[in-house]
Design a protein around this ligand. Sequence first.
Ligand code: ADE
Length: 225
Amino acid sequence: MRIDIITVEPDLLRSPFENSMMKRAIEKNIAEVHLHNLREYGFGNYRQIDDYQFGGGAGMVLMIEPIAKCIEKLQSERDYDEIIYMTPDAKTLNQTTANTLSLKENIIILTGHYKGVDQRVRDKFITKEISIGDYVLTGGELAAAVLCDAVIRLIPGVLGDETSALTDSFQDNLLSPPVYTRPSEYDGMKVPEVLLSGNFPKIEEWRSEQAYERTKEIRPDLLDE
Ligand code: ADE
């Protein structure tokens, strides 16, 4: 999978791809991530990329021309399956969306800043808009990193243990059950007996029950879906 990220803060985005799972995925050539500094497509000596909004109001808006130039250059080099805009005014990212995106070959992610992008960018280029939650970040960079992490870890071969992504919370619309490791007793707190029993059907049954109970308590909305 190739991901091209268009951003005004490329430095903010480097570290997530230089560490941990995403670094490994890139090293194994399973994922390719390219950062594009929008400013390089800006106007004039100052490389202008934003301007005041028509109709007045606080906050600058990213202009269409620099973004169009960058997207059209990328599109002249290959076909893209999705051009995604990270924005708080969109549907919230969930595991289903991450699963779907993990099957794509080439995607562009556009990150907003300031008051966002000129609406015509969204109308002309964007095929999918994603929010990572009902709160506003300073820019879409961290949101893009979250999206990439959620997607890349699902590509076969990225995680050492293939089953570990499949048993994540949300893969079956349930939260994960509790997990324990050594010691089997700490300060009087004992690991549930069943986990030490070696009876794997019973352990699976216990985990399913726990996942259901946790979901019912913390995220009952997931059970309605
Ligand atoms: N940009 C700013 N806030 C955001 C959010 N919550 N999700 C995605 N992109 C954003």
